[in-house]
Design a protein around this ligand. Structure first.
Ligand code: FES
Ligand code: FES
Length: 153
């Protein structure tokens, strides 16, 4: 199958790989760059578990072709912080009990990050709207909204 050169910048690190025109960004991140913090849920744009930031904008990586990421900065949850140096959103999710099974959490946090980058003082409604594409089967959403709201005060 024909492959194409692709230079990807993921969490500030540059990768040069070859991909087919049909490979999704989700496949490349998880299967070739070991970015397993990007979750594979429905695989068809319904759940938001695969959310990453592409040039600062949240996208479903399962619906994004890897070639569409050419020349753009890709940010996954790992790019925000880690256990030793967590992002304020990551800390707040833990403190507020907003992560239960954790499967939706990377996508929730990245959607929230994109919102706060463009609107540091969102209303509760704007927070709900920003995470409306990120489904959670565990928390009932209130704790997630509270965790995001807590760092805007
Ligand atoms: S895995 Fe991409 S939206 Fe569900
Ligand atoms: S914490 Fe389990 S799906 Fe959201």
């Amino acid at each position: 199958m024909k492959t194409h050169e692709l230079e990807l910048i993921v969490n500030g690190e540059r990768f040069e790989i070859r991909v087919t025109a049909r490979e999704t960004l989700l496949q490349v991140l998880r299967e070739r760059l070991d970015a397993t913090e990007v979750k594979n849920g429905c695989g068809k744009g319904d759940c938001g578990a695969c959310t990453v930031l592409l040039g600062g904008v949240p996208v479903n990586s399962c619906l994004t072709l890897a070639l569409q990421a050419k020349g753009k900065e890709v940010t996954t949850l790992r790019g925000l912080g880690d256990e030793g140096n967590p992002h304020p959103l990551q800390r707040s999710f833990v403190e507020k009990g907003a992560a239960q099974c954790g499967f939706c959490t990377p996508g929730q946090i990245l959607s929230a990050k994109a919102l706060l980058d463009r609107n540091p003082k969102p209303t509760r409604w704007e927070i709900r709207e920003a995470i409306s594409g990120n489904l959670c089967r565990c928390t009932g959403y209130n704790k997630i909204v509270e965790a995001i709201e807590a760092i805007t005060q």
